[in-house]
Structures are given as C-alpha cells and as structure tokens.
Design a protein around this ligand. Structure first.
Ligand SMILES: [Zn+2]
Ligand SMILES: [Zn+2]
Ligand SMILES: [Zn+2]
Ligand SMILES: [Zn+2]
Length: 128
C-alpha cells in the first residue's frame, strides 16, 4: 500500500490518493485515476514513457509472431523482402538479410554486434 506519486497540475503536486498499484516500468505508486490496470497484473502509470513502453511491448509481440513466420520460410524478417536470411539479431534472435540488419562495434571494439532495424527503433523507447 502506498500513495499515488503522479504529479498533477501547474504546481506539480503529488496526487497522494492511497493505492496498492505500482508501475511495472518506473516503479512509482499510482492510483486508478492515474494509470491503467491491465489483466495479468500489468500495472502501468500514465506517464508518457511508461505508456509508450507498454504500447511497444504489445506491438512487439505481434511483430515477433509475423517475423518468425517469415524466418520459418527461410526468408529475411523484413516483410516484403525476398532475400534469404543470413544474419541473426542479437536482441530478438530473428534473422535478416544483409540489407536489413545493422552492424555495430561493441564497446570493446573487438566484436561486431548485429541488430535489426526493429530492435534499433525500440531502443529509443527503452533507453529512456
Ligand atoms: Zn510508470
Ligand atoms: Zn493519483
Ligand atoms: Zn532484432
Ligand atoms: Zn531483407
């Protein structure tokens, strides 16, 4: 049990309603007015960064399913790409052709990291 920590209004005061919900992403307490309670205990506060994360996870699940279907047929995970898969993304473990995967040097510069564009885009949301 805690008190809602969502800040409101021009004076940015905490809402302070007592609540048992805390956000699975940022960890703050929020009341039923200041967030969403999804089935299976996914509690997400209404702060933009958390709303985006939740929405991203939902679309990511759909994307994974579609991409797996392409990979099973030995095709690159980019939809409409007719090339065969060649490289595997280190984040989603799905495979893509050379055109649809990005190469990065790791911090130690010793190994190449392969990350697909989809995972690359998601980083903008999750690195916040
Ligand atoms: Zn949150
Ligand atoms: Zn509240
Ligand atoms: Zn990926
Ligand atoms: Zn491709």
């Amino acid at each position: 049990m805690g008190h809602c920590q969502i800040k409101k209004g021009i004076f940015k005061q905490s809402c302070k309603q007592s609540t048992e919900y805390s956000c699975i992403y940022c960890g703050i307490y929020f009341c039923i007015d200041d967030g969403n309670i999804y089935p299976q205990y996914a509690h997400v506060c209404k702060q933009k960064k958390c709303v985006f994360k939740f929405a991203d996870l939902q679309s990511h699940k759909v994307w994974l399913k579609e991409t797996r279907t392409l990979n099973v047929k030995n095709n690159c995970g980019q939809s409409n790409c007719v090339s065969h898969l060649k490289h595997t993304c280190k984040d989603c473990s799905l495979s893509f052709c050379s055109n649809h995967i990005n190469f990065f040097r790791s911090k130690s510069q010793t190994e190449l990291l392969l990350i697909c564009s989809h995972c690359q885009d998601r980083k903008k949301i999750w690195d916040k």
